[in-house]
Design a protein around this ligand. Structure first.
Ligand code: GMT
Length: 378
């Protein structure tokens, strides 16, 4: 099958999922075309089955806002025709599902029918999409898609609650390539960052307010009083500056290492003992799953789709949003005793196996096949 994938090419989870999906589909014999404004960060290698087509939006001074949707829908039409794309899979409703619908309509005028599969990732629904300024267009795009998937049951429930949805939404959870997360490294650089007796705690995100970055620091502050530890902060975003200031205020700046964005997540997780994800909301929590696949237990909030991934008392612990005391207490419980830590590490890998890429990707293939058969004619 020739599959067009539209996504955000950045470090965000939706772009990561779209990229890993495309790569796996290519291994399964499909031809995959990524169509977006720059090469996705996790897409390192292009080959005869994996292509990247850049969407260019020329700057024009008359426009206060450059019309990306317009450029994207035109590019989709051109690429579908040129590469005989059978199905378009768009990740993130805004504006991808909307642009794909326009492309579908233009292609229909030329006698070409192409089904649109839309995957909802979370912020496109819970944070941005339900805003009154976008809601009408988001509802329309979801209802006009040939198939709609959501990355967790929780996100499906939110979508049904917040929008007037006429379409069926299938839950296809995010997935993980376990092979990539098994530690084959011989150059684990743990010693450069922490002493032998110190535990390594890690947080990875885009440092947006929804991630509650200050809670990460507050939990760590409590833990390091009881257990010698270091904290790795991976990612970039608006909350980083405030978090660095908080570390200084608490006098722990020498124990917290801000590493910025990294494409070596697997290496960082290789020397981590605990992952912190205290988010306000999280449709799934791919970062937590990546940690678990590397054998790193998770201390998280119990919001959104996180409980579908992190199992309380097994792969880590869940607490109410903002309850940093409880999170710290749970973190200490895991970190203090090496036997307990090892048990949680083993359990984390076991739980991550529920999301094995080889089990999940076939669901997308059957959704594409079904969409091809039932392609809604406009
Ligand atoms: O979490 C973010 O800020 C990035 C965002 C995105 O759209 O890329 O992540 C969302 O999609 C991920 C992949 O499906 C999920 O794992 C994240 O939980 C979800 N983020 C939120 O719901 C806040």
């Amino acid at each position: 099958m020739n599959i067009g994938i539209v996504c955000y090419p950045t470090f965000g989870g939706s772009g990561v999922v779209a990229t890993e999906l495309g790569l796996e589909l290519s291994k399964r014999g499909h031809e995959v075309h990524f169509i977006t404004y720059s090469q996705p960060v996790r897409l390192e290698l292009l080959n005869s089955n994996v292509h990247f087509h850049e969407v260019n939006v020329p700057e024009y001074p008359l426009f206060h806002y450059q019309p990306y949707e317009l450029a994207l829908s035109s590019k989709l039409v051109d690429m579908v025709k040129l590469h005989k794309i059978d199905v378009l899979h768009v990740h993130y409703a805004i504006p991808h599902a909307y642009a794909a619908y326009m492309a579908k309509k233009m292609l229909h005028e030329e006698g070409i029918e192409v089904p649109i599969v839309t995957t909802l990732h979370g912020t496109d629904i819970t944070l941005v999409g339900s805003h009154p300024f976008y809601k009408t267009a988001v509802t329309f795009s979801i209802n006009k898609s040939d198939a709609v998937t959501s990355v967790s049951q929780s996100l499906k429930d939110d979508t049904m609650r917040l929008f007037d949805i006429k379409n069926d939404i299938k839950v296809v959870p995010n997935f993980i390539d376990l092979d990539k997360h098994q530690h084959h490294f011989t150059d684990c650089q743990r010693a450069m960052l922490a002493n032998e007796d110190e535990r390594v705690m890690t947080h990875i995100s885009n440092f947006r307010p929804v991630k509650r970055i200050n809670d990460v620091i507050k939990v760590f502050y409590r833990v390091q009083k009881e257990v010698p530890a270091k904290l790795m902060m991976i990612g970039e975003g608006p909350e980083r500056e405030g978090a660095e200031a908080l570390c200084q205020k608490l006098g722990i700046e020498n124990k917290v290492i801000f590493l910025g964005n990294s494409s070596e997540i697997d290496k960082i997780l290789c020397f981590s003992d605990l992952f912190l994800l205290p988010s306000e909301t999280e449709s799934f929590g791919l970062a937590a799953l990546e940690a678990m696949a590397s054998g790193v237990p998770v201390i998280s909030s119990n919001t959104g789709g996180i409980p579908e991934v992190n199992v309380d008392g097994i792969s880590g612990f869940l607490s109410n949003v903002g309850d940093v005391d409880d999170m710290a207490k749970n973190a200490i419980k895991i970190l203090k005793d090496p036997k307990v830590l090892q048990e949680f590490k083993d359990n984390s890998i076991k739980e991550a196996k529920r999301f094995d890429i080889h089990q999940i990707v076939p669901f997308y293939e059957s959704i594409y096949n079904e969409a091809l058969v039932n392609c809604i004619s406009i």
